[in-house]
Ligand binder design. Sequence first.
Ligand SMILES: NC(=O)c1ccc[n+]([C@@H]2O[C@H](COP(=O)([O-])OP(=O)(O)OC[C@H]3O[C@@H](n4cnc5c(N)ncnc54)[C@H](OP(=O)(O)O)[C@@H]3O)[C@@H](O)[C@H]2O)c1
Length: 204
Amino acid sequence: VGSVVVDMSMSLDGFVARLNDDVEQLHDWMFTGDTQMGARSASVLPGRESFKLSGTNAEVLDDYFGTTGAFVMGRRWFDIGERPWGDNPPFHVPVFVVTHRARARLTKGETTFTFVTDGIESALRQAKSAAAHKNVLVGGANVAQQLIKAGLLDEVQIHLVPILFGGGRRLFEDLGVQIDLQTVRVIEAPGVTHLRFRVARRGS
Ligand SMILES: NC(=O)c1ccc[n+]([C@@H]2O[C@H](COP(=O)([O-])OP(=O)(O)OC[C@H]3O[C@@H](n4cnc5c(N)ncnc54)[C@H](OP(=O)(O)O)[C@@H]3O)[C@@H](O)[C@H]2O)c1
């Protein structure tokens, strides 16, 4: 059985996007190196059409895609990403988009997007089933927070970027609950530190 993992790049002051939703600098580590990720396209944005990583960062992203069987994302992340991801989004597995706004299932390249309107737990259930023994990756701050609060999360992976945004969207915003974590691994890499934690205990 795989894990439910929140995985996001974060500024040192705790933001996963600027207030205008810009995440470009948080993702620089995926586009500053010589190693390509096979045929996996990243985006249609100039200079970001494919991943280009340094050795250690390539291993981390390879592990990210290799161990992930499905994604759960919030509708805002989808709406922001839809155009830049282009005709072949990088996920290559089923993606479940939590939303209040129904939309027909979408297939783009090797990725399917299923729009789930009956709640986050339903999205997670469908993603777990699609992922089989692999992990379910969760992204989008709002959706990730709901899963953390509901105690439905197994692991947190943060790609910590040495920049202070000074404002923006926080991942850990007033959770209202204490969560104890165990450090699973720390990988120091060019331009980023990859931190992985396991949820040890959820308080009340
Ligand atoms: N740093 C990183 O690695 C990283 C990765 C991914 C995304 N991001 C950034 O994170 C931001 C997106 O996060 P976000 O917190 O703004 O939004 P989000 O979690 O992506 O999406 C929130 C939206 O999802 C829908 N939703 C959430 N919970 C729901 C529920 N229980 N039932 C039905 N619909 C539900 C609602 O949309 P509707 O009501 O409109 O349907 C809600 O407004 C963007 O700026 C994105 O670029 C950063």
